[in-house]
Design a binder for this molecule. Structure first.
Ligand SMILES: [Zn+2]
Ligand SMILES: [Zn+2]
Length: 181
């Protein structure tokens, strides 16, 4: 494989994950009928806010996704390509896990972090039918579920630890972006 092919396989893997992130969240996480383990875990994440599915379940799930993507892409494009492609999916998946958890536990450090939090917490506290993507708004734009978020109301009992001080007062730097009710 040439460097260009390796890069292509890796980038395609990254893009594939962003699609899986959107589709699994929207169509499995928010499934109405025939709820499975994934759906239940995701509903608990919504209900409690600070809950994340246990690592072993995530790893098991990730391995399943990788086995399928590796086998399919390997059969179609060859095993070298399939391996790098799956590696791209896995890398972006881990990045997503880290970013999502971090969004709940720590405040933003830059423009991307500020955007990601507003986008994701609108999904939590505004409208769970919108903003399914976490790392990128791309698929929300494609499927018309991207909501522009103005000032976001966060329920006091679900307040994010980084949004408030020890007294529970919202930090002044988030004035105009969030309001705690
Ligand atoms: Zn979340
Ligand atoms: Zn959700």
């Amino acid at each position: 494989m040439t460097i260009a092919t390796i890069l292509l396989a890796f980038v395609l893997g990254i893009i594939t994950w962003t699609f899986l992130e959107y589709a699994l969240h929207r169509f499995v996480g928010h499934k109405k009928h025939g709820k499975n383990e994934f759906t239940k875990e995701h509903q608990t994440h919504h209900r409690l806010g600070h809950y994340f599915a246990p690592m072993w379940k995530k790893l098991l799930f990730a391995l399943g996704v990788l086995a399928v993507s590796g086998a399919l892409s390997g059969l179609v494009f060859g095993w070298g390509f399939g391996f790098v492609y799956s590696f791209g999916i896995a890398a972006m998946y881990l990045f997503y896990e880290w970013l999502h958890k971090r969004a709940h536990t720590h405040g933003p450090l830059n423009f991307y972090g500020r955007w990601l939090r507003k986008h994701h917490f609108y999904h939590h506290f505004g409208d769970p039918k919108m903003n399914h993507g976490v790392t990128t708004p791309f698929w929300d734009m494609v499927f018309r579920t991207n909501a522009k978020v103005g000032e976001l109301a966060v329920p006091r009992k679900m307040v994010l630890p980084w949004l408030v001080d020890n007294q529970g007062e919202m930090l002044p730097e988030f004035e105009g972006e969030y309001v705690v009710r």
